[in-house]
Design a protein around this ligand. Structure first.
Ligand SMILES: NC(=O)c1ccc[n+]([C@@H]2O[C@H](COP(=O)([O-])OP(=O)(O)OC[C@H]3O[C@@H](n4cnc5c(N)ncnc54)[C@H](OP(=O)(O)O)[C@@H]3O)[C@@H](O)[C@H]2O)c1
Length: 251
């Protein structure tokens, strides 16, 4: 693992739920939280038998199933998991549901917003009453919140709305803390729809374009997630972890 991602045992005795923690950045965060001493529950749609386990920490993760687009499923998840200290939601629909503005109708445009924004909203809504003192909620958006791209305006609108929801909730449900991670290009399973060659080309393009000359890793995001869970002064913040993506021309 490149860089120092060590938080010691900062989450010892804490209970962490990560919705989307079965893959990509959520799994990176789950491993980081487990290394920091937390009891970690990861949730996603796939049955637990279909989830990859490749790191030593994975044996320590507890598994739940949930579909964030189904309010009843989210409610039931938090009834099962009970009290918790920290919640991170990374789950989002796949790129197929973005859409070109002039080819969309209202129902189409609502798809990404419904799944990402209201999915995250529902997780926060049903977790918050079960959160212990010192607890935190972290949403996850992306650089598109501030750098819109043609054909993905609903992604930008949804991410910006979610970041604003976090700031509103930071006031409404304080002293619980509510923050957002805004990642940039991160080398995760999300890109597995590309073949090996196309994925390597993407990595090279990102390395060439970013001020840090590297592509983000899920460990970078895991490190940030544990920081937001453990720093008691962090609330209402957007923590951008993009390697400088929002400072330069897009890919
Ligand atoms: N990776 C990047 O470069 C990047 C950059 C900027 C922003 N983002 C944003 O961050 C999100 C997460 O990225 P990632 O790289 O961690 O993706 P990922 O590896 O594809 O992980 C997505 C996770 O969300 C879960 N999930 C998806 N739909 C769900 C649903 N309806 N209910 C419950 N869980 C659901 C998946 O599990 P199941 O499939 O089992 O449900 C999986 O655990 C992306 O979707 C995107 O919006 C990513």
């Amino acid at each position: 693992m490149e860089g120092n991602h060590d938080h010691g045992r900062a989450l010892e005795g804490r209970r962490v739920v990560i919705v989307g923690g079965t893959s990509g950045m959520g799994l990176g965060a789950a491993r980081a939280a487990a290394r920091a001493g937390a009891e970690v529950i990861v949730a996603g749609r796939r049955p637990s038998g279909e989830r990859a386990a490749s790191a030593p920490e994975d044996a320590r993760l507890a598994h739940e199933t949930v579909d964030v687009t189904d309010e009843g499923s989210v409610k039931a998840l938090f009834e099962r998991t009970g009290e918790l200290d920290h919640l991170l939601i990374t789950a989002a629909p796949n790129p197929g549901s973005w859409g070109v503005f002039l080819e969309q109708d209202v129902a189409g445009a609502q798809q990404f917003m419904n799944a990402k924004f209201f999915g995250s909203w529902a997780c926060a809504r049903y977790a918050a009453p079960r959160m212990r003192a010192g607890g935190s909620i972290t949403f996850l958006t992306g650089g598109a919140a501030v750098r819109p791209r043609a054909g993905a305006s609903m992604v930008s609108a949804t991410f910006a709305a979610l970041e604003t929801l976090a700031r509103g909730l930071a006031i409404e449900i304080g002293p619980l803390r509510v923050n957002t991670i805004r990642p940039g290009y991160t080398d995760s399973e999300m890109w597995s729809f590309l073949d090996d060659e196309a994925r390597e080309q993407l990595r090279q393009k990102v390395r060439a374009a970013m001020p840090v000359r590297r592509i983000g890793t899920v460990e970078d995001i895991g490190h940030a997630a544990v920081f937001l869970m453990t720093n008691p002064q962090m609330t209402g913040a957007v923590l951008e972890i993009t390697g400088g993506e929002t400072l330069v021309d897009g890919l």
